[in-house]
Design a protein around this ligand. Sequence first.
Ligand code: FNR
Length: 182
Amino acid sequence: SRTRLLVITGSLRRASFNRMVAQTLPELVAVDVEIALHATLGDIPLYDQDTFDAGLPDGVARLAEAVFAADGVVIVTPEYNYSVPGALKNALDWLSRLPGKPMGSRPVALQSASMGMLGGVRAQYHLRQVLVALDARVMNLPEVMIGQVQNKVDADAGRLIDGDAREHIRRQLDAFVRFIRR
Ligand code: FNR
């Protein structure tokens, strides 16, 4: 049967390198894997209890529905000041408060890309810590962090073109599908 992966990116900007990586993932999975790219986290308001009590914002409802429909979630995120972008943390904060706990026991794989050498690895370790609180089922290995990503994309096409990075991701996603199925 088909495995459905939801891809969420932590960057809101149109020309995001992480978005380019996310857009490339359908080229890097087996034929029985279906990928849905979540359009944006930019439609999710800042969490506060009053907003929550006033009724679920559409952006949150859309994200939660997409997470519930997925067999696994792939988070592709930049690193902001050694951590995750606020928009991503905010989205996870919303999900953590929803009935049915969309992220609870949900398989998750992490990827990050940055213009620096380290490829966002520090953000990934913060993200892992946050996902403990959500009781997500995060895959440990293999890790994907793409340093100097600006040299590894075709920016006009919005695609990751570096052969090593693509192969690395292909291997991670293969492992992730096995992780989901076991
Ligand atoms: C950054 N950037 C960055 N890079 C990194 O490797 N480690 C870091 O801690 C930070 N910190 C940081 C903070 C803020 C506020 C911004 C805006 C940027 C640079 C970052 O890697 C670069 O802007 C990427 O291009 C962001 O990813 P997207 O938007 O291209 O996907």
